[in-house]
Design a protein around this ligand. Sequence first.
Ligand code: PEP
Length: 253
Amino acid sequence: MATRKPIVAGNWKMNKTVTEAIALVDDVKRDLANCSEVDVVFCPPFTALKAVSDAVTGTHLDLGAQNMHWEASGAYTGEISAGMLRELFCHYVILGHSERRAYFHETDEIVNKKVKAALAANLRPIVCVGELLEDRDAGRTEAVVEEQVRGSLAGLSAREWADVVIAYEPVWAIGTGRTATPEQAQEVHAFIRTVIASMADESLAQSVRIQYGGSMKPSNAPELMSQPDIDGGLIGGAALDARSFVDIVKAAM
Ligand code: PEP
């Protein structure tokens, strides 16, 4: 059985000025600067990446972005490339978040192009998948998640799979205060491993890290994290508060 290092990432979304970002990271650093049992990743907005990069230098804490374009450069107003993120010592990038799929019309095909561009630039993609409430109610959870995993992660080599992180985020649980039960989440995580096994192989299926995301907070994190196929969390709202974020990371230790 593969041992997977837990990974907890804070998706700040469109929150925090540079000043606020530094204050939050400084608070988290007091508790977690030397944390080596869990990969802890801050994903601030683009404007705060440089400041957070500087603030985590010399610690075990890491940096991720929330999005990127698949091209290396060119006439794409408002976009940013993998190479630009790497220049800021960014090591992760969230791709295919449900808000990007819903508001910016990102398809699995687009996410797949971004995943490949990220991996080619040595950035680890955190690829988000998850069903809508209507999918779950109609018994389509597995079909929807499988289509997203297959589409977003198509055509990867074994070496590339090793750098992938998947975030299972049921859309009905994001920012709603409604969390999947540990059993519901575990069931989908285990299912995602069967999909990876059929796309790649069993050993990769057991070694790829799969985070849960969707209203995770200090009170529900311990039970979610104790599920055998849940390897950490992608945290939205609770990542904006240092105490909550630290407590969630501690639950993953
Ligand atoms: C997210 O947006 O990735 C997320 C999990 O948000 P929240 O924790 O606020 O539900």
